[in-house]
Design a protein around this ligand. Structure first.
Ligand SMILES: *Cc1c(COP(=O)(O)O)cnc(C)c1O
Length: 433
């Protein structure tokens, strides 16, 4: 199985986190996002334990909350002793509603507005991850007006190609994010930042990409960043206290994706950091990483009800479901692969080739191409799409005026509760004047 929280009952129903998906679909309706709360917590603990073991007590994993942002997730992160990344005033507001301690939040984005900067300082966001010199100027101005010293990390691009989808590769020299070490711009912005009286340059950040499996991407990034840190220390007398290596560990969407052992991976990165720091005669900075996808992706599953099944002899077959690219955007965005099942007929042979498609008026509205489902698939059957905990609800839209699905949390093998309710027709018109 794609993940060990997916199993099959004797009656042929797909079980997720030990619970009958057909029964959940009946109770909550479809489309439906399910989240395995126990799995989210387990993924957090894998990171917090690995960090403690390999990096020591000061190091901290930060949940990149753009992967799934809602009040409940910040409560879980608070309980699991995680820090968080936020990327907008909206995420900051949501975290506040969950009583998340924002001194443990890192504020990202390549274009924070002046309002964002003011709001984040009002809310006591612990650290800004600054992307560019204009932003440093804006942070300095706002901090000066408040007579505070704002802690800042600088986002740098180490010039590494992580071999993932182009749209989620972010660490190359020509990226829209950060300042490149290679072009000298990283040093320029560092020198500029050090001249600002109301900014405390706490260290440096990089994020090379997402859905990364490649062997040594984080080790190579760490070496490049530490060499830069050593250069800055020698030339400017400023030692970075923090080094944030970003997020991006890959998860299994399809059977051909490898398993990734986070503890072992973090161990390898730590070994590389120790070795490099010894070579450069640097004290080891506090290490952060920012997993998003690998915290929530495999804790999620989407359920849809089948409507039309269209057979075009000699061409292809379409199975249409009651969801769409509006709740499942990553196929339309970059052809992301997912594993699909007919959740109420797991005991039947899946030998009917089809494309599972959404209900939007858009040819690109594909859930997944080249899927095999049982040939008896028909109206009222239940399609499950696995590994949809990351970048689904958070990227969902109301395209075609479709209400966003609810998020139902599963825990303890039998408990379930709604963490986000289904949008109503009134919600869809709420802002229409
Ligand atoms: C998106 C993002 C992450 C999280 O990436 P995942 O692939 O979800 O782990 C972490 N850091 C930054 C800066 C990001 O933009």
């Amino acid at each position: 199985m794609i993940c060990d929280n997916i199993t099959t009952a004797a009656n042929g129903h797909l079980l997720f986190a030990g619970q009958d998906t057909a029964a959940l679909a009946r109770e909550y309706g479809t489309p439906l996002y399910l989240m395995d709360e126990d799995r989210i917590r387990r993924n957090c603990r894998t990171y917090t334990a690995a960090f403690r073991r390999h990096f020591g007590d000061r190091a901290r994993p930060l949940y990149a909350s753009k992967a799934l942002s809602c009040k409940r997730i910040y409560e879980i992160m608070r309980e699991e002793d995680m820090g968080v990344d936020v990327v907008s005033s909206g995420e900051i507001y949501t975290a506040l509603q969950a009583d998340f301690d924002l001194s443990r939040a890192y504020f990202h984005s390549n274009n924070k507005t002046d309002e964002d900067i003011r709001y984040a300082m009002d809310c006591g966001v612990g650290c800004f991850v600054a992307d560019n010199a204009e932003e440093i100027r804006a942070i300095e101005d706002e901090a000066a007006a408040r007579n505070i010293k704002q802690s800042v990390l600088l986002r740098l691009t180490p010039g590494i190609d992580p071999h993932t989808y182009e749209a989620i590769a972010t660490g190359k020299v020509d990226s829209k994010f950060g300042s490149a070490i290679e072009t000298g711009q990283a040093e320029e912005i560092t020198a500029f930042t050090l001249r600002q009286p109301h900014i405390d340059l706490a260290g440096f950040h990089c994020h090379v990409g997402s859905q990364v499996f490649a062997e040594d991407v984080f080790e190579r990034a760490a070496v490049i960043m530490l060499e830069f840190i050593a250069h800055v220390k020698a030339k400017y007398g400023c030692m970075a206290r923090q080094l944030d290596l970003g997020g991006g560990y890959g998860v299994r969407y399809v059977e051909s994706d490898p398993y990734l052992d986070v503890d072992a991976k973090v161990g390898q990165v730590a070994a590389s950091i120790r070795e490099t720091c010894a070579r450069l005669e640097l004290e080891i900075p506090e290490i952060h990483m920012e997993p998003g996808r690998s915290i929530v992706a495999d804790a999620g599953m989407t359920l849809y009800t089948v409507g039309t099944v269209k057979r075009i002899p000699g061409y292809k077959n379409y199975v249409s479901v009651d969801g769409s690219m509006a709740d499942h955007p990553r196929y339309a965005l970059y052809g992301a692969l997912y594993t699909c099942f007919l959740a109420n007929k797991m005991n039947e042979a899946a030998d009917f080739p089809c494309d599972v498609v959404g209900r939007c008026c858009e040819s690109g509205d594909i859930i997944q191409r080249d899927v095999s489902l049982p040939a008896s698939v028909g109206r009222g059957d239940l399609v499950a799409v696995c590994t949809t905990g990351a970048y689904h609800y958070s990227m969902a839209s109301n395209y075609n005026r479709l209400p966003r699905p609810p998020i139902v949390m599963l825990r303890g093998g039998s408990e379930h509760y709604a963490a986000v309710r289904r949008e109503s027709p009134e919600d869809l018109c709420r802002n229409d004047l």
